[in-house]
Design a protein around this ligand. Structure first.
Ligand code: S3P
Length: 171
């Protein structure tokens, strides 16, 4: 099979972490998670601890370094954190070597319904600010996407099947 690099993007709670393992399994590809790489390369055990110790700026630096480390990866499903689109270089690195960017689009109401652990997401603790961020980011996700999947009311398996169908149409 031809190498395939799929990059999932979208706001917190859009389903990237649920869909990515299913997609990786269906395509027999390794699963890589940017947030996991960030944690592994930091001295901390979770994202909120990184935000507390290094601030959002410190987190973004680690995130950019993690995206750079995936530049030459060309055969994997890559799940990203919602803020990955904050730097163009991140998208360039993830796209490198044929990366196909898939945006899981979800309404703000649906992401607030889906997110169970607000404490784990420093940028979702204040709902009003999260909604502003959502509004700002929405067009940026769409601008970077090769494939857009609307996910409201769908389960991860349905979303995964839709991605596979759209990937086939692209080939
Ligand atoms: C962030 C999203 C989080 C995580 C960090 C920042 C963001 O990942 O990277 O808390 O800026 O939207 P998820 O999108 O997986 O929640």
């Amino acid at each position: 099979m031809k190498p395939l690099k799929i990059v999932l993007i979208g706001f917190m709670g859009c389903g990237k972490s649920s869909v990515a393992p299913l997609l990786a399994e269906r395509l027999s590809l390794p699963l890589l998670e940017v947030d996991r790489i960030v944690i592994e390369r930091s001295d901390y055990e979770h994202i909120p601890a990184i935000f507390e110790a290094r601030g959002e700026t410190g987190f973004r630096e680690l995130e950019a370094a993690a995206a750079l480390s995936l530049r030459d990866t060309h055969n994997a499903v890559i799940s990203t954190g919602g803020g990955i689109i904050g730097r163009q270089e991140n998208i360039d690195n993830l796209r490198h070597r044929g990366g196909i960017v898939v945006f899981l689009r979800t309404t703000f109401d649906e992401v607030t319904r889906r997110i169970k652990d607000f404490e784990d997401r420093p940028l979702f603790r204040d709902k009003k600010r999260a909604e502003e961020l959502f509004g700002k980011r929405l067009p940026i996700y769409a601008q970077h996407a090769d494939i857009i999947i609307d996910t409201d009311g769908k389960n991860p398996n349905d979303v995964c099947s839709e991605i596979l169908a759209k990937l086939e149409a692209l080939q």
